[in-house]
Design a binder for this molecule. Structure first.
Ligand code: ADP
Ligand code: ZN
Length: 602
Protein backbone atom coordinates (compact mmCIF):
# COMPACT_ATOMS: atom_id res chain seq x y z
CA UNK A 1 0.00 0.00 0.00
CA UNK A 2 2.90 2.34 0.60
CA UNK A 3 3.85 1.90 -2.98
CA UNK A 4 0.29 2.73 -4.06
CA UNK A 5 0.31 5.91 -2.05
CA UNK A 6 3.64 6.92 -3.47
CA UNK A 7 2.34 6.45 -7.01
CA UNK A 8 -0.75 8.49 -6.16
CA UNK A 9 1.50 11.34 -5.03
CA UNK A 10 4.33 11.17 -7.51
CA UNK A 11 2.58 10.13 -10.70
CA UNK A 12 -0.84 11.69 -10.24
CA UNK A 13 0.08 14.53 -7.91
CA UNK A 14 -2.73 13.85 -5.41
CA UNK A 15 -2.33 13.76 -1.64
CA UNK A 16 -4.82 11.17 -0.56
CA UNK A 17 -7.22 8.54 -1.83
CA UNK A 18 -10.83 9.50 -2.09
CA UNK A 19 -13.93 7.63 -0.96
CA UNK A 20 -13.33 3.89 -1.18
CA UNK A 21 -10.41 4.11 -3.60
CA UNK A 22 -7.96 2.91 -0.99
CA UNK A 23 -9.94 -0.21 -0.11
CA UNK A 24 -10.49 -1.03 -3.76
CA UNK A 25 -6.83 -0.55 -4.64
CA UNK A 26 -5.80 -2.77 -1.73
CA UNK A 27 -8.23 -5.53 -2.69
CA UNK A 28 -6.98 -5.67 -6.25
CA UNK A 29 -3.29 -5.40 -5.37
CA UNK A 30 -3.81 -8.42 -3.13
CA UNK A 31 -5.33 -10.31 -6.04
CA UNK A 32 -9.05 -10.04 -5.23
CA UNK A 33 -11.94 -9.25 -7.58
CA UNK A 34 -13.97 -6.09 -7.13
CA UNK A 35 -17.24 -4.61 -8.29
CA UNK A 36 -16.99 -0.84 -8.15
CA UNK A 37 -20.03 1.41 -8.29
CA UNK A 38 -19.04 5.00 -8.17
CA UNK A 39 -20.62 8.06 -9.74
CA UNK A 40 -19.07 9.72 -12.76
CA UNK A 41 -16.22 11.90 -11.61
CA UNK A 42 -15.79 9.80 -8.48
CA UNK A 43 -12.36 8.59 -9.49
CA UNK A 44 -12.88 5.10 -10.86
CA UNK A 45 -9.85 5.10 -13.14
CA UNK A 46 -7.32 5.28 -10.33
CA UNK A 47 -8.86 2.12 -8.87
CA UNK A 48 -7.34 0.05 -11.64
CA UNK A 49 -4.54 2.30 -12.85
CA UNK A 50 -2.68 2.26 -9.56
CA UNK A 51 -2.93 -1.53 -8.99
CA UNK A 52 -1.80 -2.01 -12.58
CA UNK A 53 1.32 0.00 -11.79
CA UNK A 54 1.96 -1.78 -8.51
CA UNK A 55 1.34 -5.36 -9.68
CA UNK A 56 3.67 -7.05 -12.06
CA UNK A 57 2.58 -7.14 -15.70
CA UNK A 58 0.10 -5.17 -17.76
CA UNK A 59 -3.33 -4.01 -16.67
CA UNK A 60 -5.85 -4.78 -19.40
CA UNK A 61 -8.77 -2.35 -19.57
CA UNK A 62 -11.86 -3.46 -21.46
CA UNK A 63 -13.76 -0.46 -22.74
CA UNK A 64 -16.44 -0.02 -25.41
CA UNK A 65 -15.29 3.51 -26.12
CA UNK A 66 -13.14 3.13 -29.19
CA UNK A 67 -13.39 6.78 -30.16
CA UNK A 68 -12.04 7.85 -26.78
CA UNK A 69 -9.23 5.36 -26.29
CA UNK A 70 -6.71 7.57 -27.96
CA UNK A 71 -7.38 10.42 -25.54
CA UNK A 72 -7.45 8.10 -22.54
CA UNK A 73 -4.10 6.67 -23.50
CA UNK A 74 -2.73 10.11 -24.25
CA UNK A 75 -3.77 11.34 -20.79
CA UNK A 76 -1.82 8.45 -19.25
CA UNK A 77 1.26 9.06 -21.35
CA UNK A 78 1.21 12.67 -20.19
CA UNK A 79 1.62 11.26 -16.70
CA UNK A 80 4.60 9.19 -17.80
CA UNK A 81 2.66 5.91 -17.79
CA UNK A 82 3.37 3.36 -20.53
CA UNK A 83 -0.07 2.96 -22.07
CA UNK A 84 -1.41 1.77 -25.41
CA UNK A 85 -4.64 0.57 -27.00
CA UNK A 86 -5.80 -2.08 -29.43
CA UNK A 87 -8.86 -1.50 -31.55
CA UNK A 88 -10.05 -1.48 -35.13
CA UNK A 89 -8.74 2.03 -35.84
CA UNK A 90 -5.08 1.00 -35.73
CA UNK A 91 -2.93 0.09 -38.73
CA UNK A 92 -1.18 -3.27 -38.87
CA UNK A 93 2.22 -1.84 -38.02
CA UNK A 94 1.04 -0.17 -34.81
CA UNK A 95 -0.83 -3.32 -33.83
CA UNK A 96 2.37 -5.36 -34.17
CA UNK A 97 4.37 -2.86 -32.14
CA UNK A 98 1.75 -2.78 -29.42
CA UNK A 99 1.59 -6.57 -29.26
CA UNK A 100 5.35 -6.73 -29.06
CA UNK A 101 5.41 -4.19 -26.24
CA UNK A 102 2.84 -6.23 -24.37
CA UNK A 103 4.76 -9.50 -24.76
CA UNK A 104 8.02 -7.97 -23.64
CA UNK A 105 6.51 -6.41 -20.53
CA UNK A 106 6.80 -2.87 -21.85
CA UNK A 107 3.24 -1.77 -21.06
CA UNK A 108 1.65 -0.68 -17.81
CA UNK A 109 -1.84 -0.40 -19.25
CA UNK A 110 -3.51 -1.69 -22.39
CA UNK A 111 -7.01 -0.57 -23.49
CA UNK A 112 -8.95 -3.06 -25.62
CA UNK A 113 -12.40 -3.05 -27.15
CA UNK A 114 -14.42 -6.10 -26.04
CA UNK A 115 -14.89 -7.56 -29.52
CA UNK A 116 -11.15 -7.32 -30.04
CA UNK A 117 -10.36 -8.90 -26.72
CA UNK A 118 -12.66 -11.84 -27.35
CA UNK A 119 -10.94 -12.76 -30.59
CA UNK A 120 -8.72 -15.84 -30.38
CA UNK A 121 -5.71 -13.81 -31.53
CA UNK A 122 -5.91 -11.42 -28.58
CA UNK A 123 -6.78 -14.09 -26.04
CA UNK A 124 -3.79 -16.08 -27.22
CA UNK A 125 -1.59 -13.02 -27.00
CA UNK A 126 -2.72 -12.31 -23.48
CA UNK A 127 -2.06 -15.85 -22.35
CA UNK A 128 1.55 -15.44 -23.46
CA UNK A 129 1.87 -12.15 -21.57
CA UNK A 130 2.02 -11.24 -17.96
CA UNK A 131 -1.34 -9.74 -16.94
CA UNK A 132 -1.65 -7.65 -13.79
CA UNK A 133 -5.43 -7.34 -13.82
CA UNK A 134 -8.52 -7.00 -15.98
CA UNK A 135 -10.60 -3.87 -15.57
CA UNK A 136 -14.03 -4.02 -17.19
CA UNK A 137 -15.05 -0.40 -17.60
CA UNK A 138 -18.64 0.71 -18.26
CA UNK A 139 -19.68 -2.66 -16.90
CA UNK A 140 -23.36 -1.75 -17.16
CA UNK A 141 -23.04 -2.44 -20.91
CA UNK A 142 -23.71 -6.02 -19.91
CA UNK A 143 -27.29 -5.10 -19.01
CA UNK A 144 -30.02 -5.71 -21.53
CA UNK A 145 -32.16 -3.08 -19.89
CA UNK A 146 -29.91 -0.13 -20.38
CA UNK A 147 -29.56 1.71 -23.66
CA UNK A 148 -25.82 1.01 -23.67
CA UNK A 149 -26.25 -2.73 -24.07
CA UNK A 150 -23.30 -4.44 -25.81
CA UNK A 151 -23.83 -8.13 -26.48
CA UNK A 152 -20.06 -8.84 -26.42
CA UNK A 153 -19.98 -7.84 -22.78
CA UNK A 154 -21.95 -10.96 -21.97
CA UNK A 155 -19.09 -13.10 -23.19
CA UNK A 156 -16.53 -11.51 -20.92
CA UNK A 157 -16.93 -14.20 -18.30
CA UNK A 158 -14.47 -16.10 -20.49
CA UNK A 159 -11.75 -14.03 -18.80
CA UNK A 160 -12.44 -15.81 -15.57
CA UNK A 161 -12.17 -19.21 -17.24
CA UNK A 162 -9.04 -18.45 -19.23
CA UNK A 163 -7.19 -16.41 -16.60
CA UNK A 164 -8.39 -17.75 -13.26
CA UNK A 165 -5.60 -16.21 -11.21
CA UNK A 166 -5.85 -12.68 -12.55
CA UNK A 167 -7.89 -10.21 -10.48
CA UNK A 168 -10.84 -8.56 -12.22
CA UNK A 169 -12.65 -5.32 -11.51
CA UNK A 170 -15.95 -4.29 -13.00
CA UNK A 171 -16.64 -0.56 -12.83
CA UNK A 172 -19.73 1.46 -13.57
CA UNK A 173 -21.53 4.65 -12.70
CA UNK A 174 -24.94 3.12 -13.30
CA UNK A 175 -26.54 2.60 -10.01
CA UNK A 176 -29.76 0.68 -10.01
CA UNK A 177 -30.09 -2.62 -8.29
CA UNK A 178 -31.13 -4.65 -11.30
CA UNK A 179 -28.01 -3.61 -13.19
CA UNK A 180 -25.72 -4.39 -10.27
CA UNK A 181 -27.07 -7.90 -9.97
CA UNK A 182 -26.79 -8.44 -13.71
CA UNK A 183 -23.16 -7.36 -13.72
CA UNK A 184 -22.22 -9.70 -10.91
CA UNK A 185 -24.00 -12.59 -12.56
CA UNK A 186 -23.03 -12.09 -16.18
CA UNK A 187 -19.40 -11.33 -15.50
CA UNK A 188 -19.01 -14.24 -13.14
CA UNK A 189 -18.12 -11.98 -10.24
CA UNK A 190 -20.02 -13.83 -7.54
CA UNK A 191 -17.06 -13.73 -5.17
CA UNK A 192 -16.03 -10.17 -5.87
CA UNK A 193 -15.99 -7.61 -3.09
CA UNK A 194 -18.61 -4.91 -3.70
CA UNK A 195 -17.73 -1.28 -3.29
CA UNK A 196 -20.82 0.84 -3.53
CA UNK A 197 -20.11 4.50 -3.11
CA UNK A 198 -22.57 7.27 -2.58
CA UNK A 199 -24.10 8.29 -5.87
CA UNK A 200 -24.56 11.85 -4.83
CA UNK A 201 -22.98 14.46 -7.06
CA UNK A 202 -23.16 17.43 -4.71
CA UNK A 203 -21.59 19.84 -7.19
CA UNK A 204 -24.40 19.32 -9.72
CA UNK A 205 -27.41 21.57 -9.33
CA UNK A 206 -30.64 19.97 -10.55
CA UNK A 207 -33.15 22.27 -12.21
CA UNK A 208 -36.43 21.34 -13.86
CA UNK A 209 -37.88 24.25 -15.72
CA UNK A 210 -41.55 23.99 -16.66
CA UNK A 211 -43.81 26.05 -18.88
CA UNK A 212 -44.04 27.00 -22.52
CA UNK A 213 -41.28 27.58 -25.13
CA UNK A 214 -38.46 25.40 -23.79
CA UNK A 215 -35.96 26.80 -26.26
CA UNK A 216 -36.34 30.33 -25.01
CA UNK A 217 -36.04 29.14 -21.47
CA UNK A 218 -32.87 27.28 -22.41
CA UNK A 219 -31.46 30.40 -23.97
CA UNK A 220 -32.13 32.51 -20.92
CA UNK A 221 -30.50 29.86 -18.75
CA UNK A 222 -27.40 29.80 -20.96
CA UNK A 223 -27.15 33.56 -21.05
CA UNK A 224 -27.51 33.88 -17.33
CA UNK A 225 -25.41 30.97 -16.13
CA UNK A 226 -23.11 29.77 -18.89
CA UNK A 227 -22.37 32.43 -21.46
CA UNK A 228 -18.96 30.95 -22.31
CA UNK A 229 -19.00 27.40 -20.96
CA UNK A 230 -18.85 24.01 -22.61
CA UNK A 231 -21.93 21.85 -22.26
CA UNK A 232 -24.23 19.26 -23.78
CA UNK A 233 -27.82 19.78 -24.93
CA UNK A 234 -29.82 16.57 -25.35
CA UNK A 235 -32.77 16.31 -27.76
CA UNK A 236 -34.91 13.35 -28.70
CA UNK A 237 -34.70 13.32 -32.49
CA UNK A 238 -32.01 13.92 -35.08
CA UNK A 239 -34.08 16.60 -36.72
CA UNK A 240 -34.43 18.49 -33.49
CA UNK A 241 -30.70 18.14 -32.84
CA UNK A 242 -29.97 19.80 -36.17
CA UNK A 243 -32.47 22.58 -35.57
CA UNK A 244 -31.26 23.40 -32.10
CA UNK A 245 -27.59 23.35 -33.09
CA UNK A 246 -28.31 25.72 -35.93
CA UNK A 247 -30.38 27.98 -33.75
CA UNK A 248 -27.67 28.19 -31.07
CA UNK A 249 -25.09 28.90 -33.75
CA UNK A 250 -27.20 31.73 -35.10
CA UNK A 251 -27.35 33.10 -31.58
CA UNK A 252 -23.57 33.23 -31.56
CA UNK A 253 -22.56 30.09 -29.70
CA UNK A 254 -20.28 27.39 -31.06
CA UNK A 255 -22.83 24.56 -31.19
CA UNK A 256 -22.23 21.28 -33.04
CA UNK A 257 -24.76 18.55 -33.83
CA UNK A 258 -24.07 14.92 -32.94
CA UNK A 259 -26.35 12.00 -33.80
CA UNK A 260 -26.23 8.58 -35.38
CA UNK A 261 -27.36 9.93 -38.77
CA UNK A 262 -24.24 12.01 -39.35
CA UNK A 263 -21.29 10.57 -41.27
CA UNK A 264 -18.72 8.97 -38.94
CA UNK A 265 -16.04 11.45 -39.89
CA UNK A 266 -18.16 14.46 -39.08
CA UNK A 267 -19.28 12.98 -35.80
CA UNK A 268 -15.71 12.27 -34.80
CA UNK A 269 -14.75 15.79 -35.81
CA UNK A 270 -17.46 17.35 -33.66
CA UNK A 271 -16.52 15.20 -30.72
CA UNK A 272 -12.87 16.18 -31.13
CA UNK A 273 -13.73 19.88 -31.22
CA UNK A 274 -15.80 19.52 -28.08
CA UNK A 275 -12.85 17.90 -26.32
CA UNK A 276 -10.07 20.05 -27.74
CA UNK A 277 -11.56 23.52 -27.79
CA UNK A 278 -13.02 25.52 -24.95
CA UNK A 279 -16.63 26.59 -24.65
CA UNK A 280 -18.13 24.29 -27.31
CA UNK A 281 -21.73 23.10 -26.97
CA UNK A 282 -22.65 19.70 -28.41
CA UNK A 283 -26.30 19.25 -29.29
CA UNK A 284 -26.93 15.52 -29.34
CA UNK A 285 -29.20 12.55 -29.12
CA UNK A 286 -28.35 10.06 -26.43
CA UNK A 287 -25.85 8.56 -28.87
CA UNK A 288 -23.41 11.07 -27.43
CA UNK A 289 -21.68 11.05 -24.13
CA UNK A 290 -20.82 7.65 -22.75
CA UNK A 291 -17.27 7.70 -21.50
CA UNK A 292 -16.66 11.31 -22.47
CA UNK A 293 -14.23 12.18 -19.74
CA UNK A 294 -14.02 15.88 -20.42
CA UNK A 295 -13.89 17.15 -16.87
CA UNK A 296 -15.13 20.70 -17.43
CA UNK A 297 -18.58 20.17 -18.91
CA UNK A 298 -20.35 22.92 -16.97
CA UNK A 299 -23.93 22.09 -17.92
CA UNK A 300 -26.06 19.32 -19.34
CA UNK A 301 -29.43 20.46 -20.65
CA UNK A 302 -32.37 18.27 -21.65
CA UNK A 303 -34.83 19.70 -24.12
CA UNK A 304 -36.85 16.51 -23.82
CA UNK A 305 -37.75 14.43 -20.88
CA UNK A 306 -35.42 11.42 -20.47
CA UNK A 307 -37.13 8.02 -20.49
CA UNK A 308 -36.04 6.99 -17.04
CA UNK A 309 -34.32 8.24 -13.94
CA UNK A 310 -31.34 6.05 -14.77
CA UNK A 311 -30.96 7.76 -18.12
CA UNK A 312 -31.41 11.17 -16.53
CA UNK A 313 -28.85 10.44 -13.86
CA UNK A 314 -26.36 9.08 -16.35
CA UNK A 315 -26.72 11.90 -18.84
CA UNK A 316 -26.64 14.67 -16.25
CA UNK A 317 -23.69 12.93 -14.64
CA UNK A 318 -21.50 14.05 -17.51
CA UNK A 319 -21.51 17.54 -16.03
CA UNK A 320 -18.86 18.61 -13.55
CA UNK A 321 -16.58 15.60 -13.40
CA UNK A 322 -13.91 17.91 -12.03
CA UNK A 323 -16.01 18.49 -8.93
CA UNK A 324 -16.55 22.18 -9.66
CA UNK A 325 -20.10 23.60 -9.75
CA UNK A 326 -22.19 22.45 -12.73
CA UNK A 327 -25.85 22.50 -13.77
CA UNK A 328 -28.26 19.80 -14.86
CA UNK A 329 -31.08 21.72 -16.49
CA UNK A 330 -34.22 20.22 -17.98
CA UNK A 331 -37.18 21.61 -19.81
CA UNK A 332 -40.42 19.88 -18.99
CA UNK A 333 -43.89 20.51 -20.29
CA UNK A 334 -47.29 19.18 -21.13
CA UNK A 335 -46.22 17.79 -24.48
CA UNK A 336 -43.54 15.64 -22.83
CA UNK A 337 -46.13 13.96 -20.70
CA UNK A 338 -48.40 13.31 -23.67
CA UNK A 339 -45.58 11.97 -25.83
CA UNK A 340 -44.26 9.69 -23.14
CA UNK A 341 -47.66 8.33 -22.31
CA UNK A 342 -48.18 7.50 -25.96
CA UNK A 343 -44.82 5.85 -26.21
CA UNK A 344 -45.82 3.40 -23.51
CA UNK A 345 -49.16 2.65 -25.06
CA UNK A 346 -47.80 2.14 -28.54
CA UNK A 347 -44.79 0.09 -27.53
CA UNK A 348 -44.82 -3.39 -29.00
CA UNK A 349 -42.64 -4.97 -26.37
CA UNK A 350 -43.87 -7.94 -24.37
CA UNK A 351 -45.89 -7.37 -21.23
CA UNK A 352 -43.13 -7.60 -18.64
CA UNK A 353 -40.86 -5.31 -20.60
CA UNK A 354 -43.71 -2.90 -21.06
CA UNK A 355 -44.44 -2.94 -17.37
CA UNK A 356 -40.86 -2.06 -16.49
CA UNK A 357 -40.69 0.71 -19.09
CA UNK A 358 -43.92 2.02 -17.69
CA UNK A 359 -42.64 2.09 -14.13
CA UNK A 360 -39.47 3.84 -15.21
CA UNK A 361 -41.41 6.58 -16.97
CA UNK A 362 -43.70 7.01 -14.00
CA UNK A 363 -40.72 7.52 -11.74
CA UNK A 364 -39.27 10.10 -14.11
CA UNK A 365 -42.54 12.03 -14.24
CA UNK A 366 -42.72 11.87 -10.48
CA UNK A 367 -39.30 13.49 -10.23
CA UNK A 368 -40.43 16.33 -12.50
CA UNK A 369 -43.61 17.06 -10.60
CA UNK A 370 -41.94 16.89 -7.22
CA UNK A 371 -42.22 19.92 -4.96
CA UNK A 372 -39.59 18.78 -2.45
CA UNK A 373 -35.82 18.21 -2.77
CA UNK A 374 -34.99 16.57 -6.09
CA UNK A 375 -31.69 15.15 -4.93
CA UNK A 376 -33.33 13.31 -2.05
CA UNK A 377 -35.75 11.72 -4.49
CA UNK A 378 -33.07 10.95 -7.05
CA UNK A 379 -30.87 9.22 -4.51
CA UNK A 380 -33.81 7.42 -2.95
CA UNK A 381 -34.47 5.92 -6.36
CA UNK A 382 -31.04 4.32 -6.08
CA UNK A 383 -31.75 3.15 -2.52
CA UNK A 384 -29.71 5.88 -0.97
CA UNK A 385 -30.90 8.10 1.83
CA UNK A 386 -30.04 11.75 2.05
CA UNK A 387 -31.03 12.97 5.49
CA UNK A 388 -31.53 16.65 4.79
CA UNK A 389 -32.79 18.51 1.71
CA UNK A 390 -29.75 19.28 -0.40
CA UNK A 391 -29.90 23.05 -0.74
CA UNK A 392 -28.62 22.75 -4.30
CA UNK A 393 -31.63 21.94 -6.46
CA UNK A 394 -34.32 24.26 -7.78
CA UNK A 395 -36.90 23.14 -5.25
CA UNK A 396 -34.52 23.71 -2.35
CA UNK A 397 -33.33 27.07 -3.64
CA UNK A 398 -36.75 28.43 -4.51
CA UNK A 399 -39.40 26.24 -2.91
CA UNK A 400 -42.34 26.06 -5.31
CA UNK A 401 -45.66 27.33 -4.10
CA UNK A 402 -48.51 24.91 -4.05
CA UNK A 403 -52.14 25.80 -4.05
CA UNK A 404 -55.37 23.90 -3.55
CA UNK A 405 -56.09 22.83 -7.10
CA UNK A 406 -59.08 20.65 -6.26
CA UNK A 407 -61.67 23.00 -7.69
CA UNK A 408 -59.68 23.73 -10.84
CA UNK A 409 -58.97 20.05 -11.36
CA UNK A 410 -62.66 19.25 -11.10
CA UNK A 411 -63.49 21.90 -13.67
CA UNK A 412 -60.85 20.45 -15.98
CA UNK A 413 -62.03 16.88 -15.56
CA UNK A 414 -65.68 17.67 -16.00
CA UNK A 415 -64.93 19.67 -19.11
CA UNK A 416 -63.14 16.65 -20.57
CA UNK A 417 -66.18 14.57 -19.68
CA UNK A 418 -68.77 17.01 -21.04
CA UNK A 419 -66.99 17.38 -24.35
CA UNK A 420 -67.25 13.63 -24.75
CA UNK A 421 -63.59 12.66 -24.16
CA UNK A 422 -62.90 13.30 -27.82
CA UNK A 423 -60.53 16.29 -27.68
CA UNK A 424 -56.99 17.25 -26.79
CA UNK A 425 -55.77 19.74 -24.24
CA UNK A 426 -55.83 22.83 -26.44
CA UNK A 427 -59.49 22.39 -27.33
CA UNK A 428 -60.61 21.63 -23.80
CA UNK A 429 -58.72 24.64 -22.47
CA UNK A 430 -60.44 26.84 -25.05
CA UNK A 431 -63.80 25.61 -23.82
CA UNK A 432 -62.81 26.31 -20.23
CA UNK A 433 -61.73 29.79 -21.20
CA UNK A 434 -64.98 30.39 -23.03
CA UNK A 435 -63.55 30.95 -26.50
CA UNK A 436 -66.34 31.03 -28.99
CA UNK A 437 -64.40 29.86 -32.00
CA UNK A 438 -65.89 28.08 -34.98
CA UNK A 439 -65.12 24.53 -34.00
CA UNK A 440 -66.50 24.99 -30.53
CA UNK A 441 -69.68 26.55 -31.85
CA UNK A 442 -70.06 23.84 -34.52
CA UNK A 443 -69.83 21.24 -31.76
CA UNK A 444 -72.31 23.27 -29.74
CA UNK A 445 -69.83 23.27 -26.87
CA UNK A 446 -70.49 26.94 -26.20
CA UNK A 447 -73.74 25.75 -24.65
CA UNK A 448 -72.05 23.44 -22.13
CA UNK A 449 -72.18 24.16 -18.42
CA UNK A 450 -68.38 24.05 -18.38
CA UNK A 451 -68.03 26.65 -21.15
CA UNK A 452 -66.12 29.60 -19.75
CA UNK A 453 -65.97 28.33 -16.17
CA UNK A 454 -62.19 28.58 -16.24
CA UNK A 455 -61.88 32.20 -17.31
CA UNK A 456 -60.30 33.11 -13.98
CA UNK A 457 -57.06 31.39 -15.04
CA UNK A 458 -54.87 31.84 -18.12
CA UNK A 459 -54.19 29.28 -20.84
CA UNK A 460 -50.67 28.66 -19.48
CA UNK A 461 -52.03 27.94 -16.03
CA UNK A 462 -54.57 25.53 -17.43
CA UNK A 463 -51.91 23.70 -19.41
CA UNK A 464 -49.88 23.30 -16.23
CA UNK A 465 -52.95 21.87 -14.50
CA UNK A 466 -53.56 19.42 -17.35
CA UNK A 467 -49.91 18.42 -17.27
CA UNK A 468 -50.16 17.56 -13.60
CA UNK A 469 -53.42 15.70 -14.08
CA UNK A 470 -51.81 13.63 -16.83
CA UNK A 471 -48.59 13.06 -14.93
CA UNK A 472 -50.51 12.02 -11.83
CA UNK A 473 -52.74 9.63 -13.76
CA UNK A 474 -56.13 11.37 -13.35
CA UNK A 475 -56.24 11.80 -17.08
CA UNK A 476 -54.93 9.59 -19.87
CA UNK A 477 -54.52 10.06 -23.60
CA UNK A 478 -55.82 7.81 -26.35
CA UNK A 479 -53.61 5.25 -28.02
CA UNK A 480 -54.00 6.60 -31.57
CA UNK A 481 -51.57 9.40 -30.95
CA UNK A 482 -54.01 12.30 -31.28
CA UNK A 483 -53.62 13.36 -27.68
CA UNK A 484 -57.32 12.87 -26.99
CA UNK A 485 -57.98 13.09 -23.26
CA UNK A 486 -60.04 10.70 -21.22
CA UNK A 487 -60.75 10.22 -17.54
CA UNK A 488 -59.25 7.35 -15.57
CA UNK A 489 -60.63 5.44 -12.61
CA UNK A 490 -58.56 7.65 -10.37
CA UNK A 491 -60.54 10.70 -11.51
CA UNK A 492 -63.77 9.61 -9.93
CA UNK A 493 -63.08 10.38 -6.25
CA UNK A 494 -61.64 13.71 -7.29
CA UNK A 495 -64.73 14.62 -9.28
CA UNK A 496 -66.93 13.65 -6.39
CA UNK A 497 -64.94 15.92 -4.12
CA UNK A 498 -63.70 13.06 -1.94
CA UNK A 499 -60.04 14.00 -2.22
CA UNK A 500 -58.19 17.28 -2.43
CA UNK A 501 -55.40 18.04 -4.81
CA UNK A 502 -52.47 20.32 -4.08
CA UNK A 503 -50.90 21.58 -7.32
CA UNK A 504 -47.67 23.26 -8.13
CA UNK A 505 -48.14 26.90 -8.96
CA UNK A 506 -46.97 27.55 -12.50
CA UNK A 507 -43.69 29.39 -12.76
CA UNK A 508 -44.34 33.06 -13.36
CA UNK A 509 -42.67 34.05 -16.60
CA UNK A 510 -38.91 33.80 -16.79
CA UNK A 511 -37.69 35.47 -13.68
CA UNK A 512 -37.99 32.69 -11.15
CA UNK A 513 -35.47 33.60 -8.50
CA UNK A 514 -32.77 31.04 -8.16
CA UNK A 515 -30.80 32.31 -5.22
CA UNK A 516 -27.04 32.25 -5.09
CA UNK A 517 -24.60 33.87 -7.45
CA UNK A 518 -24.08 33.15 -11.08
CA UNK A 519 -22.12 30.01 -11.54
CA UNK A 520 -20.27 29.55 -14.83
CA UNK A 521 -16.68 28.61 -15.14
CA UNK A 522 -14.67 28.37 -11.92
CA UNK A 523 -12.89 31.60 -12.77
CA UNK A 524 -16.09 33.59 -12.39
CA UNK A 525 -15.94 33.21 -8.63
CA UNK A 526 -12.37 34.50 -8.42
CA UNK A 527 -11.47 38.16 -7.82
CA UNK A 528 -10.73 40.17 -10.94
CA UNK A 529 -6.90 39.95 -10.80
CA UNK A 530 -7.01 36.21 -10.18
CA UNK A 531 -9.41 35.72 -12.99
CA UNK A 532 -7.03 37.30 -15.45
CA UNK A 533 -4.28 34.99 -14.27
CA UNK A 534 -6.58 32.01 -14.62
CA UNK A 535 -7.41 33.03 -18.17
CA UNK A 536 -3.71 33.47 -18.96
CA UNK A 537 -2.94 29.99 -17.62
CA UNK A 538 -5.79 28.64 -19.65
CA UNK A 539 -4.50 30.31 -22.79
CA UNK A 540 -1.04 28.82 -22.22
CA UNK A 541 -2.62 25.41 -21.69
CA UNK A 542 -4.51 25.70 -24.96
CA UNK A 543 -1.31 26.57 -26.82
CA UNK A 544 0.52 23.58 -25.37
CA UNK A 545 -2.43 21.33 -26.15
CA UNK A 546 -2.62 22.55 -29.75
CA UNK A 547 1.08 21.93 -30.30
CA UNK A 548 0.57 18.29 -29.35
CA UNK A 549 -2.92 17.83 -30.73
CA UNK A 550 -4.36 16.76 -27.36
CA UNK A 551 -7.32 18.03 -25.32
CA UNK A 552 -6.33 20.84 -22.93
CA UNK A 553 -7.50 18.93 -19.85
CA UNK A 554 -4.97 16.13 -20.33
CA UNK A 555 -2.32 18.76 -19.58
CA UNK A 556 -3.98 20.15 -16.45
CA UNK A 557 -7.57 20.27 -15.23
CA UNK A 558 -9.27 23.61 -14.51
CA UNK A 559 -9.14 22.73 -10.85
CA UNK A 560 -5.34 22.47 -11.00
CA UNK A 561 -5.16 25.87 -12.69
CA UNK A 562 -7.38 27.33 -9.97
CA UNK A 563 -4.99 25.88 -7.38
CA UNK A 564 -2.09 27.53 -9.18
CA UNK A 565 -3.92 30.85 -9.03
CA UNK A 566 -4.55 30.44 -5.32
CA UNK A 567 -1.07 29.22 -4.35
CA UNK A 568 0.94 31.24 -6.87
CA UNK A 569 3.96 28.92 -6.89
CA UNK A 570 7.22 30.74 -7.65
CA UNK A 571 9.58 27.76 -7.92
CA UNK A 572 9.43 24.26 -9.33
CA UNK A 573 9.48 22.93 -5.79
CA UNK A 574 6.40 24.98 -4.91
CA UNK A 575 4.78 23.99 -8.17
CA UNK A 576 5.15 20.33 -7.24
CA UNK A 577 3.01 20.95 -4.14
CA UNK A 578 0.04 22.03 -6.24
CA UNK A 579 -2.63 19.29 -6.26
CA UNK A 580 -2.78 17.70 -9.69
CA UNK A 581 0.89 18.30 -10.55
CA UNK A 582 2.81 15.02 -10.62
CA UNK A 583 6.48 14.42 -11.45
CA UNK A 584 6.16 14.01 -15.20
CA UNK A 585 3.92 17.00 -15.68
CA UNK A 586 6.15 19.08 -13.46
CA UNK A 587 9.09 18.26 -15.69
CA UNK A 588 7.13 18.88 -18.87
CA UNK A 589 5.06 21.92 -18.05
CA UNK A 590 6.25 23.32 -14.73
CA UNK A 591 8.37 26.03 -16.27
CA UNK A 592 5.83 27.09 -18.87
CA UNK A 593 3.20 27.77 -16.23
CA UNK A 594 5.64 29.32 -13.76
CA UNK A 595 6.52 31.84 -16.42
CA UNK A 596 2.92 32.88 -16.80
CA UNK A 597 2.56 33.34 -13.05
CA UNK A 598 5.82 35.25 -12.87
CA UNK A 599 4.68 37.62 -15.58
CA UNK A 600 1.63 38.38 -13.48
CA UNK A 601 3.52 38.94 -10.27
CA UNK A 602 5.97 41.25 -11.99
P1 ADP B 1 -14.64 8.46 -13.16
O1 ADP B 1 -13.92 7.56 -14.11
O2 ADP B 1 -15.11 7.78 -11.92
O3 ADP B 1 -15.73 9.27 -13.80
P2 ADP B 1 -12.15 9.78 -13.04
O4 ADP B 1 -11.34 8.58 -12.76
O5 ADP B 1 -12.11 10.36 -14.40
O6 ADP B 1 -13.64 9.53 -12.63
O7 ADP B 1 -11.78 10.89 -11.98
C1 ADP B 1 -12.48 12.10 -11.91
C2 ADP B 1 -11.54 13.22 -11.50
O8 ADP B 1 -11.13 13.10 -10.15
C3 ADP B 1 -10.29 13.22 -12.33
O9 ADP B 1 -9.99 14.55 -12.59
C4 ADP B 1 -9.27 12.60 -11.41
O10 ADP B 1 -7.96 12.99 -11.73
C5 ADP B 1 -9.71 13.12 -10.07
N1 ADP B 1 -9.30 12.26 -8.94
C6 ADP B 1 -9.46 10.93 -8.86
N2 ADP B 1 -8.99 10.45 -7.70
C7 ADP B 1 -8.52 11.52 -7.02
C8 ADP B 1 -7.91 11.70 -5.71
N3 ADP B 1 -7.68 10.68 -4.89
N4 ADP B 1 -7.57 12.96 -5.34
C9 ADP B 1 -7.80 14.00 -6.17
N5 ADP B 1 -8.38 13.91 -7.39
C10 ADP B 1 -8.74 12.68 -7.82
ZN1 ZN C 1 -32.56 19.78 -3.00
Amino acid sequence: MNQALEILRKVFGYDAFRHRQEAIVRTVIEGGDALVLMPTGGGKSLCYQIPALVREGTGVVVSPLIALMQDQVEALRQLGIRAAFLNSTLDAQTVRETEQALLSGGLDLLYVAPERLLGERTLGLLSRSRIALFAIDEAHCVSQWGHDFRPEYRRLSVLHQRFPGVPRLALTATADRRTRAEIAEQLDLADAAWFVNSFDRPNIRYIVSDGASPRDRLWRFLEREHPRDAGIVYCLSRKRVEEVAEWLSRKGRVALPYHAGLPDRLRAHHQARFLREEGVIVVATIAFGMGIDKPDVRFVAHLNLPRSIEAYYQETGRAGRDGLPADAWMAYGLQDVITLRQMIQESEADESHKRITHQKLEAMLGLCELTSCRRQALLAYFDERLEEPCGNCDNCLAPPETWDGTEAARKALSCVWRTGQRFGVTYVVDVLLGKEHERIVANRHHRLSTFGIGADLGAGEWRAIFRQLLAGGWLATDSEGHGTLRLTEKARPLLRGEVTLPLRRPAKGQGRSRGGVRRGSPAESLPEADRLLFEALRARRLELAREQGVPPYVIFHDQTLVEMVVHRPATLLEMEQVPGVGETKLARYGRAFLEVIERFEG
